[in-house]
Design a protein around this ligand. Structure first.
Ligand code: C5P
Length: 300
């Protein structure tokens, strides 16, 4: 078989995210929760996706670890349970497109971590295949498909690195970045199930306001995030997975600016004074035997 031409192949990076603020406002009749959350993309922590057009309408997915330490890659499904496959099928269905694709997903972002890896992979699949298949699909329609795939998926499709997300997470208000934050990230051996964490949470209709963080973004004051982090899902996550509480204690002993669990966990992050400090802390955390430790920055 002839090699595919360059125009039939696309390679894209799908970034992770952290939630700097996440307040569960209330439970909804549809089983979801209303949220107020500020998310920031991590452009230097990415999965890599390669897309190749197929003659048939088949969607084929292969997953590879980027390095041996990528957590639990072998447990990620390659069937229609995988958000990448679901994104491709949803795009075919919405447009009547009969092209197929062979997709190779190189994983660096750990799963079940609250880092948005699966959602980011799905958003990247939507935009890459729309381009590769030559579909004249408006962005608003792509955003609709994205929201059906998952609450976080529209954020990754949007052309903004920081956003305030409301509704169940799918309604975006783009934000200016507060600055480039130096982070150390850690994920314990075991992950967390997002539905289980939401089920165990107590909504906070009158929790700490997001306004201070929005001000830090507006005035580009990165160190103000020290006083503005919040995550309603951290307490239930600590109850469900004792390693999250242990990570909090580890970060309490480090001289970071501030620290918190991201999303529904189980990954945890510390905001550091510098990338140099982040690297030193990462080395100490690896010395403690923590399953996955990485330094990264938020987009500025
Ligand atoms: O939207 P997504 O598929 O990522 O959500 C996974 C699960 O997390 C949902 O089925 C629901 O149990 C929970 N969830 C929620 N409220 C949200 C987002 C997610 O209860 N705003």
């Amino acid at each position: 078989m002839a090699n595919p031409s360059v125009s039939e192949i696309l390679i894209r990076q799908a970034p992770a995210k952290i939630n700097l603020y996440l307040r569960v406002v209330g439970r909804r009749a549809d089983g979801f929760h209303d949220l107020e959350t500020v998310m920031a993309k991590l452009p230097d922590l990415t999965d890599t996706l390669r897309f190749e057009v197929l003659d048939s309408d088949r969607i084929e997915l292969e997953i590879q670890p980027a390095y041996p330490r990528t957590l639990h890659v072998q447990t990620i499904p390659v069937t229609s349970e995988n958000l990448v496959v679901r994104a491709a099928l949803a795009l075919q269905q919405a447009t009547g497109c009969v092209s197929g694709a062979r997709i190779t997903l190189v994983k660096r972002i750990p799963a079940a971590a609250g880092l948005g890896g699966g959602s980011s992979d799905a958003a990247t699949t939507l935009s890459a295949l729309a381009q590769l298949w030559g579909l004249p699909i408006p962005q608003v329609e792509l955003l609709r498909i994205a929201a059906e795939l998952g609450s976080d998926v529209p954020f990754f499709l949007a052309d903004t690195a920081w956003a305030l997300c409301t509704g169940r997470g799918e309604i975006l208000t783009p934000l200016q970045a507060a600055g480039r934050l130096s982070l150390v990230l850690a994920r314990p051996q075991t992950g967390l199930s997002t539905p289980a964490v939401y089920r165990a949470c107590t909504p906070e209709p009158h929790g700490p306001p997001v306004a201070l963080l929005l001000k830090a973004c507006e005035h580009r004051r990165p160190w103000d995030v020290a006083h503005t982090l919040h995550n309603s899902l951290q307490a239930p996550a600590e109850q469900l997975n004792s390693q999250v509480g242990w990570l909090r204690q580890v970060f309490e002993r480090e001289k970071v600016v501030t620290h918190q669990m991201t999303g529904s966990g189980s990954a945890y992050f510390g905001v550091c004074h510098s990338m140099r400090q982040a690297c030193c802390i990462a080395a100490r955390l690896r010395g403690l035997g923590i399953a996955w430790v990485q330094v990264a920055t938020t987009a500025a």
